[in-house]
Every structure is written in C-alpha cells, then in structure tokens.
Design a binder for this molecule. Sequence first.
Ligand SMILES: Nc1ncnc2c1ncn2[C@@H]1O[C@H](COP(=O)(O)OP(=O)(O)OP(=O)(O)O)[C@@H](O)[C@H]1O
Ligand SMILES: [Mg+2]
Length: 231
Amino acid sequence: MEGIVVRDLKKTYGSGERLVKALDGVSFEIAQGEFTVILGPSGSGKSTLLNLLGGMDRATDGTAEVFGKDVTKYTSRQLVDYRRRDIGFVFQFYNLMPNLTARENVAIARCEGSMDELAALKEVGLSERANNFPSQLSGGEQQRVSIARAIVKKPPLLLCDEPTGALDSKTGRRILALLKNLQNEIGTTVVIVTHNAKLAQVADKVILLSDGKIADIQTNPTPAEAGDIEW
Ligand SMILES: Nc1ncnc2c1ncn2[C@@H]1O[C@H](COP(=O)(O)OP(=O)(O)OP(=O)(O)O)[C@@H](O)[C@H]1O
Ligand SMILES: [Mg+2]
C-alpha cells in the first residue's frame, strides 16, 4: 500500500472580495506508516488540509492521493466509504453525539475487524467513564472519547486535529504514546495537526504551514519516545 501524495492542493472559501485562500498550492508526500506532525499558526490552513485528506471537504484544485487513489476525484458515495473504511478522524472540537454515552459514541464507529469499544476506551484510560454522557465529562475526557472512536476500527490512516489540545502534559504524553503504538503495532499512518511545536519531537516528518503554503518540511531520523518529550 502506498502512502500519501499531495500535489498543488488548493482550497478557497467564499468569493470575490471575501475570497479566502485557506490552502494555496500545497505539495508533500507522506510514506505509508509514517508519523507526521503538521505545524502552523492559527488560520494557516491546518484543519482545512486535514479535512481534505479525510474526505470531509472538497478541494478547489490539485490532487491528494491516499493509498494510491486520488480522493479529490471521489464521488460523494465513495467519500462515505472512504471515511468509514480507511479513516480515523479526531476532530478539533470532538464532535461527540450528546445523546449517546462514551461507549455508544465509540461503538457507532466500529466496523468489521474493529476492536471492542470497551477495549478502545481502556486504551485511552476511560474504562470507568464508559456509561457517562459527553456533558458529564471534562474537555480532556471528551477528547479521549473522540480518540477512542477514531482508533476503534484500527484505521490505516489516522488524522488528528489538535488531539492533545485540551489535555494536561501527563495525559497528552499518554495519548501521544498510544498514537505511536498504533503506528508501530499495526502500521497506521498517523497525521497530527497542532500548533504545539513540542509534538514535533516524536514525528518522523514535520510539515510547517504558513498562510496556506508549505514553509518547510523536515524529516527526523531519530524521533523521540512520547514519554521523553518536553511539553
Ligand atoms: N468554512 C469556512 N468559510 C470561510 N473561511 C474559512 C472556513 N473554514 C476556514 N476558513 C478560513 O480558512 C483559513 C484556514 O482555516 P483553518 O481552520 O484551516 O486554520 P487552522 O490552521 O486549522 O487554524 P486553528 O489553529 O485556529 O485551528 C482561515 O483564514 C479561516 O478563517
Ligand atoms: Mg484548526
């Protein structure tokens, strides 16, 4: 299976005077099984890029091949299958269903070959809160439920938008360790978007975004263990 090849990807919002070039011709490659951190200031296009890779939104121009297929050419129907089958997505603002418990929120993402939903909640340290509703959980706990939901199907591509944004350093390190484990044990390709430059220490590849453009791409021959990084 191939990795990710993005070529001259563009996304504009609005039109005329109010045209926003959220992504202005972005190109990069990510190898299968690589752990990538996308860094950039607020408004630089990080979430936009992740949404395009995850088939949540449509590109304006350019191509984005994921595992050998250009997702920008998918029909709506193909995008549904792609999101369900290939993608685990951790949303910046969790997107949990308020009327479902933690366990039920994770269970709805299961598919053939999935982990048990309680096993996924255990992975994120939330076994004891399985029957709580999102409103009964802290921000960090809701974030961990959303991570459990993303990993339960052991997706080949895991896309995480600020996965540690609401977490203290101890829980954040633990979540990073969990993501690194998925990479090592099942070969998951992991892409994390964050404005926290410290997370770059664990990455194989770091992509810097600025104003919708690539400012720099660095590869790290010796990524740190999650437990060893300064926060
Ligand atoms: N639906 C939308 N309609 C119009 N403009 C949008 C929309 N979504 C994003 N933008 C604009 O596109 C640009 C990139 O936004 P994006 O959400 O990708 O940034 P980001 O890097 O994720 O920022 P943050 O770190 O604050 O989450 C911003 O200027 C934003 O205002
Ligand atoms: Mg964002």
